[in-house]
Structures are given as C-alpha cells and as structure tokens.
Design a protein around this ligand. Sequence first.
Ligand SMILES: Nc1nc2c(ncn2[C@@H]2O[C@H](COP(=O)(O)OP(=O)(O)OP(=O)(O)O)[C@@H](O)[C@H]2O)c(=O)[nH]1
Ligand SMILES: [Mg+2]
Length: 320
Amino acid sequence: MVDVPELVAQAREGRPRAVARLISLVEGASPQLREVMAALSPLTGGAFVIGLTGSPGVGKSTTTSALVTAYRKAGKRVGVLAVDPSSPFSGGALLGDRVRMSEHASDPGVYIRSMATRGHLGGLAWAAPQAIRVLDAAGCEVILVETVGVGQSEVEIAAQADTCAVLLAPGMGDGIQAAKAGILEIGDIYAVNKADREGADATARELNHMLGLGEARGPGDWRPPIVRTVAARGEGIDQLVEAVEKHRAWMEEHGALTARRVRRAAAEIETIAVTALRTRLADVHGDRRLAALASRVVAGDIDPYRASDAFLADLTGVGG
Ligand SMILES: Nc1nc2c(ncn2[C@@H]2O[C@H](COP(=O)(O)OP(=O)(O)OP(=O)(O)O)[C@@H](O)[C@H]2O)c(=O)[nH]1
Ligand SMILES: [Mg+2]
C-alpha cells in the first residue's frame, strides 16, 4: 500500500519520483486512485493543457521538445505526457522520445513521462485526465500532451486539451487523410511541420482551403491559424507559442476555457461511471448472465431492448 498523503505532499513539492509513482498508480488503475484524486483535486486548476496530435513521424516529439525549451525560457514549469494509445506498455514505442527530449532530462523544471493506455477500461479518455491532474497538482504550469493520431485518440486528446495543435507535414498525403480522420474539426491551431521540405506551401494551402470549406463561423469565432515550423531547428516555435497564447486569450474572453473544462470534466465523470458500471456488471454476472439473455434473444424469447433492461435492472441494489 502507498502512503497517499505523503506521496501527494512530495509530488506537490515537485519531487519527480513522487510524480512518477502517482502516474504509475493511474497507469495501473490502482484501487488507491480514489484516494489520490481526492487529495489532488483541491491542488489543481493552475495548468494550461496543450494537446499535440498528428500522424506518426510528423514531428510531435520534436515540436514538444522545442516547446519545452520555449516555455522554460519564459520561466514556466512544464510537464510532458506522451500517451501511446496503441501499446499496453509505456516506454517501448516512446523510447525515441527520450532521445528527443534528452536535453531536458536534467532540468528540474521539466517533468517528462510516457504512458500507455491500451488494455485499460476507458483507455485514453480515462487515464489522461488523471495523469494531467497529477502534473497539475505537482505545479506544472504548462502541460504538453503528445498523442499519436491513430483512430479515435486524436479526437479524445482534443477533448482533453485547452488548446489542441494538429501537426501535419508535407508529402505525407496528410491533406486527404486529414479530411478523412476528421482532424479538421479538432484543431485549434495547425502546424505544418518540416517546412524545410518541399511541398510545405502546398500542404498549407490545401489545409487552408479545407478549413475554409468547413467554415460556418461568425465574426467573433476562432479561426484556427496555420503555423509553419521546422521543429528540428526550433524555427516557427515562437509563432506556435504565440498562436497558443492568442487562442488562450480568445477562450478566456469568450468564456470558452471554462466551458471546455466543464465539458471535459463531464466526459471524465461519464467515463469513470461507465467504467465502474462495466466492472460491476462483470463482477456480478460475468458473461454468463449476458450469454443467457443473448440466447433468449436468439430464440426470439425476448427482444434486445427488454434484454438490456433486464441486464441493467440487475445492477439495482448492487454495491454503492
Ligand atoms: N526535415 C525535418 N525533419 C524533422 C522536423 N521535425 C522533426 N523531424 C524529424 O522527423 C522524425 C520524426 O520526428 P518525431 O518528433 O519523433 O515525430 P513524432 O510525430 O513524435 O513521431 P511518433 O511519436 O513516432 O508518431 C525525426 O527523425 C525528426 O528528427 C523538421 O522540422 N524537419
Ligand atoms: Mg513522438
């Protein structure tokens, strides 16, 4: 058992080992998380969360590292969370990140952590907000969350960030992919990275065109800017930071930041509740109750709606 109050006190002082242990409790879906979250909640709310997503290899980690440098120069404490939604193990696929982030490894004002979410009930939507809360309570003023844009994950990370930056790169067929993956709806800011390569202009133009097509914006609405970056050389990073600050100011002015955070908390509550419900169903009935109901549906004995009612009704009076 972990001494939660002690661990939280140490994390609050910014001790990296305590922060690491708390995030490990999140990753391992520890039963002590309830206690951890209760202790952390009053300490949170000070961090600004920036999500970075995009196709594999587009330059998310390089950009993240460059952003860390920029925010450190501005004197901010920075947390980095690299979430790998496709792997059940942290570290493996993200090993390269440690190399790209290595220049920050000895900086006590930076906390870097990778986290795997596959195989967890609730996955990224469940784990990321809790890990973000740990970093927030530990005093990180800016939290950068990198997620590989595969499947649902980019939409999920966008929902959890205050500002979501979508990265593209020339020559990756990103333009067409972007439309398909629906990333045109989630970006608050777009960065065309690898702008040192041929085709950056075309990518930016195509993106601009597609963003314009989906435009149903009023005069006061946020129009996502397109920033060109060469993250590997730190170029365009100041403009990216500036775009983030502009978005933040716009949100604060329009009450959008609070609204977004309330939406995020609502989604988190829902995810925890649904996860608890699933766990409870599995605990109480296992698959047998479900199989029995399914057999009756197949036999035409009852319809699936009534079967679902029966399944849910079994929860009444179970646990608390
Ligand atoms: N030419 C060029 N290469 C870049 C630039 N930024 C990053 N790279 C290179 O692109 C490769 C991938 O960069 P990463 O930062 O690891 O990309 P990522 O999006 O984090 O990759 P995954 O996490 O694997 O999805 C590395 O070899 C980088 O050095 C850039 O601006 N220009
Ligand atoms: Mg990466």
